[in-house]
Design a protein around this ligand. Structure first.
Ligand code: NAD
Length: 252
């Protein structure tokens, strides 16, 4: 409990709190992560998420995306997503930078969400760049990779595969937020994926405090000011409760 209060106190003392979330935020919603105990890497070859593999096997990769990331309407935000949305509504959180592609932060009500690995809301043509809402594409999905209605090119889920650059605008915004933050909280990420795992360094270099909330050790625990080990869907609501209960008192 001490660590919960410590985080609440840090949040209260800070002017610009920024969260960086990873796949661990969404496991309680039924979407597996990559590297956790039940992670996808235990049953899937990571090379299937490389862009070169997609170009060679688009039908198979579309099948993996549809089954794995559970592109279904019944996938809902969990208490971790909701707590972050609440923190923002309370004026205690400036933004969420997310590595996730599932759109659950927005579904929970978070308003400023920077998606550095793209989003499953869209599919994009690999030939002409035309974008389509994924829901529209899925209505016509029959087991093979969908095609562009304009040029016939293969469509790809509009997410960043291994070997692809990150969307520049989102990355710039994420770096700017890391630079502006005075408290940077990493939630549910192994911090094994670059360049997302550079953001905590950027924040620290500018003098921000670093908090890491994760079920397992991460690659940056050593440089964190506070590390909380546990389930994010249990810890984050407790932080919100502590803030609402007025503990600790706001220090001037
Ligand atoms: P990761 O799989 O490398 O790490 C997730 C971490 O979260 C692990 O250390 C795991 O132990 C921890 N974790 C899992 N469930 C938890 C819980 N309930 N409470 C606390 N900790 C928990 O994920 P990453 O760091 O985000 O990097 C992997 C990449 O995978 C990202 O680029 C992301 O785009 C992609 N990805 C996204 C989704 C999604 O959108 N939901 C799902 C899988 C992978």
């Amino acid at each position: 409990m001490d660590e919960i209060f410590r985080i609440a106190e840090l949040i209260n003392k800070s002017n610009c709190v920024v969260a960086l979330t990873g796949a661990g935020v969404s496991t309680a919603s039924g979407i597996p992560d990559f590297r956790g105990p039940q992670g996808l890497w235990r049953r899937l070859d990571p090379s299937k998420f490389e862009i070169s593999y997609f170009h060679r096997n688009p039908d198979e990769v579309w099948g993996i995306f549809i089954s794995t990331f559970a592109i279904r309407d019944d996938i809902a935000p969990n208490p971790a997503h909701k707590a972050l949305a609440e923190l923002e509504a309370m004026g205690k959180l400036c933004a969420v930078i997310t590595q996730n592609i599932d759109g659950l932060h927005q579904k929970a009500g978070s308003r400023r969400v920077v998606e550095i690995h793209g989003s499953l809301r869209y599919a994009v043509c690999t030939k002409c760049g035309m974008k389509y809402p994924l829901a529209e594409v899925l209505r016509e999905y029959k087991g093979a990779a969908p095609r562009c209605k304009v040029c016939g090119g293969v469509l790809k889920p509009d997410v960043v595969f291994f070997g692809e650059p990150l969307p520049q605008e989102a990355l710039n915004e994420a770096v700017m937020l890391a630079e502006l933050s005075d408290l940077f909280i990493v939630i549910g990420s192994s911090l094994a994926v670059a360049p997302a795992n550079r953001l905590p360094f950027i924040a620290k270099r500018r003098g921000a405090k670093l908090v890491i909330v994760n079920g397992e050790p991460t690659e940056l625990d050593e440089i964190a000011d506070v590390v909380i080990r546990g389930r994010v869907e249990e810890i984050l609501p407790k932080v919100v409760e502590a803030l609402k209960a007025g503990y600790p008192e706001r220090s001037s």
